[in-house]
Structures are given as C-alpha cells and as structure tokens.
Design a protein around this ligand. Sequence first.
Ligand code: CDP
Ligand code: MG
Length: 831
Amino acid sequence: MAPGLQKRVDAYLVNYISGKCKSMDAMSRSSSSNGSIATDESLFEQPEPLPHSKTAMEKIFWRRSMEMYEKQRNWQESPEGRKMMEFRRNLPAYKEKDAMLSAILLNQVVLISGETGCGKTTQIPQLILESEIDSLRGGMCNIICTQPRKISAMSVSERIATERGEKLGETIGYKVRLEGMKGRDTHLLFCTTGILLRRLSLDRSLKSVTHIIVDEIHERGINEDFLLIVLKDLLPRRPELRLVLMSATLDEKLFSSYFNGAPRAHIPGFTYPVQTYYLESILEITGYKLTPHNQIDEYGMDRAWKMSKQVPRKRKSQIASAVEDTLSVAEFKDYNAQTRESLSCWNPDCLGFNLIEYLLCKICENERPGSVLVFMTGWDDITSLKDKLQAHPVVGDANRVSLLACHGSMGSAEQKLIFDRPPGGIRKVVLATNIAETSITIDDVVFVIDCGKAKETSYDALNNTSCLLPSWISKVSAKQRRGRAGRVQPGECYHLYPKCVFDGFAEYQIPEILRTPLQSLCLQIKSLKLGDISEFLSRALQSPEYLAVQNAIEYLKIIGALDESENLTVLGRYLTMLPMEPKLGKMLILGVIFNCLDPILSVVAGLSVRDPFLAPLDKKDLAEAAKAQFSHDFSDHLALVRAFEGWKVADRDLNAYEYCWKNFLSAQSMKAIDSLRKEFYSLLKDAGLVDSNPITYNVWSYDENLLRAVICYGLYPGICSVVHNERSFSLKTMEDGHVLLHSNSVNARNSRIPYPWFVFNEKIKVNSVFLRDSTAVSDSMLLLFGGNILRGDTDGHLKMLGGYLEFFMDPALAKMYRSLKLELDELIQTK
Ligand code: CDP
Ligand code: MG
C-alpha cells in the first residue's frame, strides 16, 4: 500500500474507533441508568463498511475485536455475569479501576501496590484487557503477566477465565514449563518468568506484546531481576509497550529510580485488626513450658542433634543472651518467672513442632471457627509435621480437622481443597511454605502460626559454596504472614520467636541474585546474546559481587559450556534448552550420548527432590540397614537408582506403599522422582536430543562403571580426594582442605573406600564443610571424564587436574590421556 494511502486508512480507523467507543460508552451508561438490558442490536450498530484498501490482516483484527466486544458485553449482562461483576466491583483493585488504567495509559512503567487479596493479580490484567476490548482494540492487544510460580500462573488464569464466563484457553491462557492452555484467541497469558525469558530468546523485541505485567515483584527471584534488565533495555525501543510491576509490598524508591522515576499507584485496602503474639506472650497465655526436650521432638531432635554438631557454641549463646538482654530491660519484668525460665531454653534452630501441635490443639478445642494457616520452612518440614499431627487425637481427627499442605509442587486437586471452605464443623488447617504469604490467598483464614523462617539459598562466593538452609524471614514477610489472619474478620497471629528477634530482622529479604550461584543466569545471558556477562549484570537492580560472576563464568568454562572467549559451545547451547542447573543438564546429555539414560534420569531427578531415604530416630539402625542393601558400591547416587528401580517394580505390582514402608523410603519423594524423570525426558525430546523410543538410549544402562564415570563427568569439578590412614580415611578438597561426609551418606559408614576420589553434588559449610551425596570414582574416570580439555589451554588444564593427580604427570601417560580426552570432549561437543 502506498504510504499516503496507509496514513489515510490509519486516520480513518482511529477516528472510527474513537467515535465508536464514545458512542458505545454513552449507550451503556444510558442502558444501565434506565435499568433495561440492552439488546445486541441496540448496543451494536453494524460497523460501517471498511475501505477497500484495508489489508487482510487489519480486517482479521477488526473482526476479532468486534467479536470480543460482543462476547464480553453478553457475559457482563447475563445473570451469572452480573453476579460476578458485583463480586469484582467490591474488590479494592476494581474500585481504583480508573486511576489504574489512566496511570498505565500515561506512563510506560507503573508500580502498583496493594494488600494481598485486594485484587491485583486477578483484576489489573483483566481490567486492562476489558478496557482494550471496550475500545475495540481487543484483537490487537496481547497481555503477558508473569508469576514467580507455576501454581499461581495456573490457578489465577483459571480464576479469571471463570470471572469472564469462559473456558481456560480461550481469551485467557497460561503457559508454564511443559504445560499450557492457550489458543489462537488468547489475549491474556499468564506464565512463569522463565517462559517469558524463553520467549525473549526467540523474539527479542516482543513484537506482538502490548502489555507486560510482572507480578509479585517483591520476591526478587533471580529470573525476575534478570527479566527487569532485559525489559529496561527493551522499553526505549518499544515506546508503546507498557510495563506494570505489581506487589503487595515494594521498595518504591529502588524500583522507581531504576525505571527513571516511574510512578507508584497504590490500592488502598482494608484488613481487620490482627492480635499479635510473640513467643514470650504465647508462653505466658498458654502456660506452655519450653524445655530442650519440649520444643524438639522426633524430627526436631534430629535437627537439634545435627545443629549441635554444626553450630558453633558461640552463636547459640549470643542469640540466647540477646533474647535475655533485650527482654530483661523493659518487658521482661512483666513476664512471670516461669515464662522467663522457659524462654531461656528457646533454641532458635529448632522449630517447635510440639509447640505448634499444642497451639493447634488449643485453637481447635477452644477458639471460634476459622481456618488456621501455619507457615513452615519447606516441604520436608511440612511433611514431617503433617505426619506428626495426623497421629494427634484432636488435630488428627478427620471429623474435626481437615489437615492440608500447601507448597509449590502440589497437584490441582489438592489446590482446590485449600481454597474451598470445609463442611460445617470441620476446621481447615493449612501447612504452607511462604507461597501462602502473598501469591495464594486462602480466604477464610483467621489464625496464623508463623515459624519465622524460610528455606533460602545462600552463596559464599569466596569459598564458592552454597547451601539451602532455613533462615530468618524479613520484617516485610512477617508482616505479610500476620496480615493473612485479618482478611475476613479480626484474627490472631502467633509468631514462634521473641519480639526482639523480630526487631533484628532485615527490612526486606536479600534478592536471590545476591545469594545464589549465577551459572544458569550466565548461560541465559549468553543464549539471549546480551553481550558481555559482567557488563550486563552490572546493570541489574542490585548487581551481584564481581567474584560471584567470575566464579560462574569460570565454572561454565570448566564444564565446557563456554569457550575461552566466553562464547557458548555446542554443549552450552544444548544446556540453555534444559531449564535446570547446568551440571544436571550436562549429566542428562551424557546419559544420552553414552546410552545409559534411564539410571541417569533417576540420578538427576533424585538430586532435584528431597532425600527419599528416611531416618526416623527410633528406628535408625533398621533404616540404615535398609539403605545399605542399595549401596554396596560406594555411591549415594547409585543407591538411589537402585531404590527407585525397586520402587518401579513394586509400583507395577501395586505394592509401592509396602515397598517404601519396608525400605524406609519416602513414598512422596519416589512419586516426585517418577514424575520428574518423565518431565526431564520431555525436555530432552524438546531439545531434539532424544526421540520417543527410550530403549535405544539404554544399551549400557547396566554398566555400573560407566554410570560412575558419567556421574563424575556431570559433577566435576565437585571433587575431593580420599586419604587413607591407619584405621579410616579422611577427605580433602583443593579449596576447603579437610571436609566431612554428611552422616546420611552411604559412604559415611565405611572405614575403607577402594577408590581414590569422590565426586559430590553439594557441599554445605557450617563450621566444617560437609559433602551431601557422593560417588567414589577411579583415577582413570577422573582423568577421562573430569573437566573439559577443549578449553584451548590444554596443558594448563591438565596441570590443574594435576594438582589433584600429581602422580599421573608422567609425560607419556599424560600425553596418551590428553589425546584420548581430546577425542572424548570433541565427541561431546559435536554430538
Ligand atoms: O493479587 P492479590 O493478592 O491482590 O489478590 P487476587 O489474587 O487478585 O485475589 C483477589 C480476590 O479474588 C481474593 O480475595 C479472592 O477472594 C478472590 N480469588 C478467588 O476467589 N479465587 C482465586 N483462585 C483467586 C482469587
Ligand atoms: Mg497476587
């Protein structure tokens, strides 16, 4: 079309559409004022004939916009639709509709805040969509809303589809890893942040997207911080694109200055008052007495035992005295001697499972109706506590209490139970991770119990160690948790820690990008061709330490994902297609190449879930003996492979439960491994690495030495040497010196190891360094399968390996290995 003509058509369309909108708004006002339901005809004149010059594409958009408008009107005026609109109009976010929409219209970036439950997630994206549809731009608009978790993307999209009287997958859709419901007509898509990042790798300027909403921005996950850098770069190139950042609480100064003074729109909300109890008042009002024995139990005891080995004495007494110091000044006088004495026994490292049980029992027996929400640190604590509570005469009584778990990996049937109100007379008790803090709203909660901690990775760049341990939450999180109790009526919140500990909490949680290894992030930067890694990360909201970035780059070079000039290798490119830690991805690829995929799938899935081997305190010996049957070959990883293979057979014969019981295995972990294996297989298929016939990839699956070598290849440079002495052995790594095996490792019970090396997945530094899972490997496995000689700097690398393997530096031998290894590495990179 000639440019002049195009301009005229555009002008015509703009006039036509704006004229149309005005007239329709006026009509809808008049129809609602006289109370009559307008018929389709009276609402909609037939669109005037379009100029012949309109392109086919424009005609399609046009027709689509009309259809969407009509459908939306029909629903909003149907009896169910009216009921739904009445509910929505009462949500604080809906009440601020005009202010929100005009802020978004006038600014490219807007920050939206408002109490959890005020309707940010369900209303804001929907209001944008509705207003676009009302302006007859429905067909052209494409809104993407990211969620930090799979489960919220799924549940929110479902909810909005219901609010619009549609099926999921029509106008509203979702897409999460390996799952999705979206169609040709989807205009509002909920997805995880990872999915949007992937989309960016295919379409750098997000051409067809009109609005991006990043929800729960306060969580500051590594993916969200990464996405913000990319979007910040994109905004000037796409001036019409709108970015909305939403959260219950947000560090306004930080975000606003990052986006050149973006304005904040706040949704005023209402919550009922919440009576707050800290540990000291809980002890006082309940008369519960904390003793070292009373706050710990079967599970806590285990943890206390571990902690007593790991936590330096100094730290404990510091905290205990801090408690006493602060309290003794002003408040402590008010507490009776018994509470004070009881509090002095408080051990911050032990979750009071007994105390939680006691509190729950009190609430169930004495308190008014209302659901209870218990915040725990993670899935394993939830499962342990649930097991314990199920045996309780009151809390475990299914006729009185509906006991539910709420965490990121729960199924949709479980999810539904959490949102549903229980039948009369039954009290709902939900044990949740911090997922229930802001992203999931359970409507009828009146009581909250907060353990004060959440599982958090921390990364020490200097020692290059990371660990996932429960740590104190932030003030903002504690406030959020408390707020969950006052949604429907005045509520109560029990914080299981003293007030002075709360006073010491940080204001906001440290963002993940500052406390986690950056390997996957660096790979993604490379795969999106975003230039120099360090330069790119220096533009983050809060940039990670230089050393953390260098460690990650160095690691990626060692495993052969990046070459010396920091470009992606072939292996690196495949790793970017597998959304998991690079070492796990690499192990899977090796499993394919060496035709031993089945057991390697189990190893990788096993490394991604909670330890399936249970060790109850009272049956420790039996549990150890059961585990020993799987572990005659000095490998935790292979022990898991065997345990899983046994489970698979038992599952086929329908006695999986009995098998788990007999062998002290967690049935839930086994099921999780089973489904993760399938998920990983699909990922490999999507990456074009396997086809649908798994048999071909398993010719060598029985070869234990090959498996050991592949595990070594994947876990390198996680390696330590075994030094035998008179009676036993000790372990050394290059960076940490002496290290210890975790007490759960099958190798911890041997006094001799007939191998010179261990490879391990994870080391945890407390006061000593502990290796979690380990597999013993031989010299030749390490030489052939350790590292990647293709780095160019072959001799240097061999020398580094030689730091471990001095005795192998015989020149002739080294030369032979070098050429063998070169061949092997080339094979990996070209496959
Ligand atoms: O995002 P925000 O926390 O501000 O609230 P929301 O998730 O949009 O939820 C707003 C309201 O919608 C909640 O108070 C619930 O009453 C309701 N809702 C629901 O009934 N079912 C859902 N799956 C999600 C929300
Ligand atoms: Mg929300």
